[in-house]
Write a protein that binds this ligand. Structure first.
Ligand code: PNS
Length: 161
């Protein structure tokens, strides 16, 4: 059976940084499940359905084996339910490390079977975050270099009155 990676996150909304990690992961794993979290301790701008649909609308290369899904509750329980082999997370800068380190170790404590692997974001994307996208758009800047067109349009609709 092929190796399944679970790539969890808030994806509020998806950026070229996430897309870069997903593309890298699909080269390593047979299938990548992009899993949108209902609960991430943050107050999301977009609904789970909106966030999933933004990911589905990305122009993925043909043959890219991804599934877009959502999950509630603990990530490790979801990974086991999905028969995933590994959790993939992207690392941008050193500042991501502490949070990611804590999360990976907590998940390992919760389930020894769930392994976490980190992929380095391409340097072009290492400064991107969903939070800064919201700020740029609400201040009427252009996020065209950072998010796909449909995502930029959705951000404008939501944030510019
Ligand atoms: O994109 P994010 O916000 O950095 O993703 C964080 C996410 C959703 C992966 C994390 O908050 C999560 O796994 N939430 C599910 C609840 C859980 O399992 N918590 C225990 C691990 S810290």
């Amino acid at each position: 059976m092929g190796k399944i990676a679970i790539y969890p996150g808030s994806f509020d909304p998806i950026t070229y940084g996430h897309i870069d990690i997903i593309k890298r992961a699909t080269k390593v794993f047979d299938k990548v499940v992009v899993a949108v979290a209902h609960a991430s301790g943050k107050d999301p701008l977009f609904s789970v359905e909106e966030r999933k649909s933004f990911i589905e609308q990305v122009e993925w290369d043909s043959g890219t084996n991804i599934e877009v899904d959502d999950f509630q509750g603990l990530l490790v329980d979801y990974v086991l339910r999905k028969k995933g082999n590994v959790v993939v997370r992207g690392l941008r800068a050193l500042s991501d490390f502490e949070y990611e380190f804590q999360m990976a170790l907590i998940n390992r404590k919760l389930s020894e079977e769930v392994e976490t692997m980190f992929l380095m974001a391409g340097e072009t994307y290492s400064y991107l975050s969903s939070r800064t996208m919201k700020e740029i758009i609400s201040l009427r800047g252009s996020a065209a270099a950072f998010v796909p067109k449909h995502v930029e349009e959705a951000l404008k609709k939501k944030l510019i009155k």
